[in-house]
Design a protein around this ligand. Structure first.
Ligand SMILES: [Zn+2]
Length: 396
């Protein structure tokens, strides 16, 4: 890590790390790194310990270059593969009969560079990025990409960034969703059935192929993917039946814990990094409860505590720190749920905390803990419970 940092520092000119990242790994690599830093990371290491990298919104232009798009999917960035890595052909609508799903066993940036490398002798028509579902088209669909040894002539290949052995980490909802839109487009265009079968949409491991590849492996969620293909990639994010446990009173500077439990009633799994609690009313405002080091950023409290399948309850735990106040003040902060790069969803809930100056000895309200259910009436009930000691209410 130190060597890489030293190398990047050497590449950087006038503290412009975008240029350094481009020199190091190309435009797509620079884009991936800057996007991850801008969005922040809330994940787990191999031992299950939580890792938070604070979001740092970038004002620099995105590290993307573009050239004119070949005939194909308009949602893709056109990054042509080296011409020797595929066979030029003139396939028409009747010639493409199947869609083959792969995973890269490597990074998006590495895969894109490999398909541009004359030494590769392999390619795929499309490559989908894990973090946000961004798609590169590298071979025109009328040409024959080299992605399934003996089944290339009649198929279109889609590579997905990630590793079959770590599906929860790599096969994100953003990637499923954007890939499914692409596959739906291909299925409609070439009259391919929207089903998981060896005559329509299949994994590389299932293809009538003479290689021994097994990707994308058992971790690829086929029922979910095919559902998304049928609905055009519209992932369903829904959350209901919320319970919020938060301290009702803190002294300035004091830190408390908020635990939110809510059922995943949509069709998509919640992702350890990308399914988050964000600030609401107004959306994305900076929160007065922000805790440096615990939050991903002032407008993102936390990601879900664990991967949460559809139909299961999920838990979000985060800390809040009471702001400095001169007189007892009630803070009422609104939050909601967001699948980064996909959608906001679920109810808006309120965390209502009476904050006292750290020198004053204010009377303590008789209730302890304010559990707010639903999205409105519970907040009013908590307000009434706190009313006796309420001096001033400030909305942030
Ligand atoms: Zn493959």
């Amino acid at each position: 890590i130190r060597a890489a940092a030293a190398l990047l520092a050497d590449y950087a000119r006038d503290a412009d790390f975008t240029a350094a990242l481009r020199i190091y790994g190309g435009d797509s690599f620079a884009y991936s790194v800057e996007r991850a830093l801008a969005r922040g990371v809330d994940g787990r290491d191999e031992h299950g310990a939580r890792i938070v990298i604070a979001a740092r919104p970038s004002t620099l232009p995105r590290g993307l270059s573009s050239t004119s798009q070949a005939a194909g999917y308009t949602g893709a960035e056109w990054i042509p593969a080296y011409s020797g890595n595929y066979q030029t052909a003139n396939r028409g609508l009747a010639d493409v009969k199947a869609i083959v799903i792969h995973d890269t066993e490597g990074s998006y940036a590495g895969t894109v560079s490999w398909f541009k490398d004359p030494a590769a002798s392999v390619s795929a028509h499309y490559v989908v990025r894990s973090s946000d579902g961004h798609i590169a088209q590298m071979v025109d669909e009328k040409n024959i990409a080299y992605h399934v040894k003996c089944f290339n002539t009649s198929s279109v290949g889609i590579e997905h960034e990630g590793y079959a052995a770590q599906p929860e980490q790599w096969f994100t909802e953003a990637m499923y969703s954007e890939s499914a839109k692409l596959t739906a487009y291909l299925a409609d265009k070439y009259s391919i059935a929207k089903e998981h079968s060896t005559t329509a949409i299949m994994g590389h491991g299932e293809a009538p192929d003479c290689s021994d590849h097994t990707d994308p492996g058992p971790g690829w969620n086929w029922p979910h993917y095919i559902d998304l293909v049928k609905t055009g990639g519209a992932a369903s994010f829904l959350a209901e039946d919320i319970s919020v446990d938060a301290p009702d009173s803190l002294v300035s500077g004091e830190v408390g814990t908020v635990t939110v439990t809510i059922s995943n009633t949509g069709t998509a799994a919640w992702d350890l990094d990308a399914t988050r609690i964000g600030t609401a009313d107004p959306q994305d405002r900076d929160s007065a409860f922000f805790v440096e080091g615990d939050w991903i950023g002032p407008n993102r409290a936390t990601a879900v505590d664990a991967q949460t399948p559809a139909g299961s309850p999920g838990t979000f735990t985060f800390q809040i720190q009471a702001p400095e106040v001169a007189a007892t003040t009630v803070y009422d902060e609104a939050f909601s749920f967001v699948q980064e790069d996909v959608t906001w969803f679920g109810p808006t809930f309120h965390v209502l905390v009476q904050v006292k100056p750290d020198t004053a000895a204010e009377p303590t309200p008789e209730n302890s803990g304010c559990s707010i259910g639903g999205s409105g009436s519970g907040g009013i009930a908590c307000m009434l419970a706190l009313g006796g000691t309420l001096r001033r209410r400030r909305r942030r």
